[in-house]
Design a protein around this ligand. Sequence first.
Ligand code: ATP
Length: 430
Amino acid sequence: DVPVPGKASTRFDLEKETELRFEVEAGEAAEQVELELLTGMAEVFGSELNRNKKYTFGPGSKIAVFTWQGCSVNLYGKPEVAYVSKDTPMLLYLNTHAALEQMRKQAERDNERGPRVMVVGPTDVGKSTVCRLLLSYAVRVGRRPTLVELDVGQSGVSVPGTVSALCIERPADVEEGFSVQAPLVYHFGSTTPGTNIKLYNKLTSCLADVFSRRCEVNRKASVGGCIINTCGWVKGSGYQALVHCASAFEVDVVLVLDHERLYNELKRDLPHFVRVVLLPKSGGVVERSKECRRDTRDEKIREYFYGFRGVTFYPFSYEVRFSDVRIYKIGAPSIPDSCLPLGMSQDDTQLKLVPVTPGRDLTYHVLSVSSAEDGEEGARKGIVESPVCGFIVVTNVDTQTQVMKVLSPAPRPLPRHTLLIMDIRFMDMK
Ligand code: ATP
């Protein structure tokens, strides 16, 4: 037998309070990199590593291995970059966690609710990473916090074009992140809040409502509080959307990452009892190009249908008759005020359900399957505020036979017949 040559390995000895940062090359052909903790203790974004276990990171991963006490690790394979940094804001992040934990303890004592935290900042400052860290730390000390995902471009919970909430019951898996079981997901339909800011704010309010109702009946959820991840759009209507979110969730703490002006504006505009805290970003956060973001979004949709890592899903492909479904787009194109029917405002048009006649241009669009009860045309109320139960992609449209072919995670029939169209498309290359 010819021995199979192992991957090249590099050992790193880390002093206390330092981190090893590495990136795996992007692209399908790129080789994975494995990480192994040899001695000491270390964590990846708040989740502890087991000793002598190999963790695998796929193409495009950007990882930091942080150690509080010092450790040594091995990297197997060829990372695109790998270096040790002494300059990390982890201590500040840990202190933030400690302060939030104090608030939870107090809430427990005084029979009140725990901290509701909004994490804001421009793109690429590590908002999602800070959320993951704070949630993992909270769950490690026995709390049950809720992640509220308002980043419609890069959702950590569901496919892009959605907002969602997820109860966190265990720390994020080092390789795979949080286990996504039974999230509450709403259809937004595009990757930037700007395409329909009224709808975005409405959905934020819906999530806040559901979360508050859950807190009324579930003490652990109430004490655990929530961590809200937001979009990187912090000007104009994007800023207004942050202020709206703060008020809808009645947030107690706002963590502003690396943006002094935003920090000052929020301090000025939010009620005085809201604690607004400015935190530095980590030097390790890597900027992502437009292409990289698009690829990540595509990957997220692919995962939804085909699974990822060890788990393979086998999606179904079947035909759906036009007459069996009702397809809507949320929001009519804006028209000049002077042309609006009497008594109607632009706001109404942004939340209006516009029926979509299936045509060839529907091909490749992602459609959300609304959980709203199938009713008559007249019973459309409530569709915007109804969560979605899943997603399908249109792969072919035949206007002659009035049938479209769809890719679906479950076999036919569709669980519901109200479909909401997204701007987002997915081309299935498999
Ligand atoms: P966006 O708003 O654009 O979604 P974000 O502000 O939420 O971005 P993150 O997604 O948290 O940013 O981080 C961007 C990337 O940087 C991620 O791939 C993450 O894994 C990586 N990253 C975060 N912190 C570090 C670190 N300390 N060292 C190395 N990589 C890091």
